[in-house]
Each structure stands twice: as structure tokens, then as C-alpha cells.
Design a protein around this ligand. Structure first.
Ligand code: SF4
Length: 221
């Protein structure tokens, strides 16, 4: 797809989801960083259920760095991989205190040195908290919808991200991922895409036959 067509598709999707935003509840960069680390292999809805208690008890890098791991594990116990995530949020809090004066750094290179923080998490924080992403966040929704719309011919997030970075202006990278995630959650779902309710059906090469496009293959048992 040409950059011009991709941008017109994005404009139509943006008009369909004018309220697209990060759906992880947070107050400030530290809470966003922790919530995003917790959201790996989990849903935003579940993370939003547990973070109020987590931040009520430990609402700063200094506090979470000194928190008893068993107590943090107990608060996080309803989400997957809670033991590993406990180690990560305590570990990243310690590094924030030791290396960054308790502040969340503003560069991808510094963020990915924190435990549990990869390129995707770092760009969520840079985009949402600081308005300065260094890439496009490619989660399962962005991956699937980019493939369905023909924005990429690749299957893996790193290559899809490069394609999206080439097609769109840097100033749109943050909004692009939120709009595609909103579209994936509300219209273009993995199993039952609602093509008849989609603002870009006329431009979408997968319209009305998208069920098998951009879905993970069924695992052999
Ligand atoms: S037309 Fe269908 S497959 Fe294409 S983006 Fe819209 S909902 Fe998804």
C-alpha cells in the first residue's frame, strides 16, 4: 500500500475512533511503566483491577523498590506470571532509584535496560507519557489489522513495525497504535471482524473474508 493510501485509511479509522487512547489506567510515567510491564500476556482490564491496590500501597519507585516481594506477589496474584512480574516491577524500581534519580527515563535505550521492559513497553511509555515514541507499538491487534489492511506483508512484529514506521509520520506513531488497538477491540476482532461496520471496508483487501488473515495459527495439541 502506498503511504498516501495508508494515511487516508488511518484518517478514516481515526475518525471512527476519535477517543482512541491507552486503556491502562495510570497517573504519571511511573504508574504507566509498571502497568505496561504487568500487561504482558494479560489484558488491560485485568491490570486495571489490580493496579489501584498496588499503587495505593507503593506509589513511587522508592516505595516499590523497598516493598516485600511476598506482599507484592500477593497483590499481583490474579495476573499471569505474577512472580516474574513481581521481580520485574521491584527490579525496575530499584534501577530507577539507583540510575535515574527515581524518574522514568525518556529514551528507548535507557528504558529497555530495565527488567521486564522491551521495545514495545518502552514505546508505550515514550508515546503515552512523553509524546515522543521511537517506534510503533505492535501488539496482537496492530499486527493483525496491519496485515488485514495490507499495510505490511510481514508476519513478525519487528518487520511490521519497520513497515509502519516507513508509511507513517513519526508524529502519528503513537496515535496509530491506539487507533488500531481500538479498532481491533471494537470492530476488527480476530474471530469475527465486523466489516459491515468498518469505515475502511472499501479500501481493505481483506474485507468480508478476513477471518483467516492475521490470526495466529491454531497450535497442534
Ligand atoms: S474491512 Fe473488515 S477486515 Fe478490513 S479492517 Fe475493516 S473490519 Fe477489519
Amino acid at each position: 500500500m502506498s503511504a498516501a493510501k495508508a494515511r487516508s485509511v488511518f484518517a478514516a479509522l481515526r475518525a471512527q475512533h476519535p477517543d482512541a487512547h491507552c486503556e491502562l489506567d495510570h497517573d504519571g510515567p511511573f504508574q504507566l511503566l509498571v502497568a505496561t510491564v504487568l500487561s504482558a500476556q494479560s489484558t488491560d482490564v485485568m491490570v486495571n483491577k489490580i493496579t489501584p491496590e498496588l499503587f495505593r500501597r507503593w506509589n513511587s519507585p522508592q516505595a516499590l523498590a523497598a516493598a516485600p516481594p511476598a506482599e507484592v506477589e500477593h497483590v499481583l496474584s490474579r495476573i499471569g506470571m505474577f512472580r516474574q512480574k513481581t521481580r520485574n516491577v521491584i527490579g525496575l524500581s530499584k534501577l530507577l532509584v539507583e540510575r535515574h534519580a527515581g524518574l522514568v527515563p525518556r529514551s528507548l535505550a535507557e528504558l529497555v535496560e530495565l527488567p521486564g521492559v522491551g521495545r514495545k513497553t518502552a514505546n508505550v511509555v515514550l508515546g503515552v507519557a512523553f509524546g515522543a515514541p521511537e517506534g510503533v507499538v505492535v501488539d496482537t491487534h496492530v499486527q493483525r489489522i496491519s496485515q488485514r489492511l495490507g499495510l505490511t506483508q510481514h508476519d513478525e512484529p519487528p518487520e511490521i513495525e519497520q513497515d509502519l514506521m516507513r508509511l507513517f509520520e513519526r508524529t502519528d506513531w503513537d496515535a496509530l497504535s491506539h487507533v488500531l488497538i481500538f479498532h481491533g477491540r471494537r470492530v476488527c476482532s480476530a474471530r469475527k471482524p465486523a466489516c459491515s461496520a468498518c469505515s475502511v471496508q472499501k479500501s481493505c483487501p481483506s474485507a468480508f473474508h478476513a477471518e483467516l488473515v492475521g490470526r495466529k495459527p491454531v497450535r497442534a495439541r
